[in-house]
Design a protein around this ligand. Sequence first.
Ligand code: 1CP
Length: 344
Amino acid sequence: MPAALSDAAFLRACRRERAAYTPVWFMRQAGRSLPEYLTARGDTAMLQACLRTDLVVELTMQPVRRYGVDAAILFSDIVLPLHAAGLELDIVSGVGPVVASPVRTSADVDRIPSLSPEQVAPVTDAVRALVAELGATPLIGFAGAPFTLASYLIEGGPSRDHARTKALMYGDEATWHALAGRLAEVASTYLRLQVEAGASAVQLFDSWAGALSAEDYARYVLPHSARVLGSVPADVPKIHFGVGTGELLELMGEAGADVVGVDWRVPLDEAARRVGPGRALQGNLDPAVVFAPWPVVAERVRDVLRRGKAAEGHVFNLGHGVFPDTDPDVLARVVDVVHEESRG
Ligand code: 1CP
């Protein structure tokens, strides 16, 4: 890795080293509120777009150019590797991932294919092109964690309460572990391929893990996520994120994260106490705050920065993804305030 890249503020903060300023990027910075995104994607279906190298490169670069963020995240989706491996699913506009036949029995689990490198060649080609174009700006690769992926497969689509997922988990533990094990294998392969192609950090999205108690998370989920994170080379920073995970922050760190992602519900100084030493934090401006008048936004940004000082390393982010109707100019101003204030 070139020295300028290795020395980037984002990677330094992930490694809990002093950085010249607090680095910032936004979950879902690609493919949301940008007019240039809508123009570039046109009527290309989401999963098709994720497998077009030229589009992935362009859509990943757009927020870097527009906002001056300190890291790029690959334009893709957590269900992309399952689709590429041959599982029948789609991303329905305005809904999210939808699975043709939900996975609920051990025979269904056996249908889940493993992922081979050539199936995601357009993605790894995009990673290589991006690394060349990004220079000293790090590229974050990502995958969906076994629980969050399993929820889509078991429920058949997005779910608020994850009731069927929990029913399988609690009622048929062997099938649950078989399913989570397969998904861990797909996620590990997908992350390894992105890292080999040049991604300099990875994020494991367990967006819906907050639906579980700490006890259930430890028993049914943590071992599988730990396997995924453990499969990534030690020198590649690993971010582990979920929504509503205030009660799980310590365990999500123990699963093997260098950086624990925190949603907007737990202030970062309290999150640092819960996570304990040896890990950095990422977060955690409420994504709805950007709709408030600018002085309120600026004060909230400063508050996140102040509380983030309690962590051994801090990567500024939203507490969850950018809302689709967010004004891009406000996000650009947030980046400026984070940089100015943290330069001290
Ligand atoms: O962050 C970025 O800018 C990169 C792009 C990205 C990422 C990181 C997309 C593009 N998806 C994701 C990850 C993802 N996908 C997560 C984890 C992050 C999170 O918690 O937000 C999850 C849960 C999904 C599943 C998903 N895909 C949803 C959520 C549905 C639900 O259960 O509520 C949706 C709406 C999608 C579709 C999707 N993914 C990405 C885009 C641009 C879109 C919209 C595509 C379209 O509708 O045309």
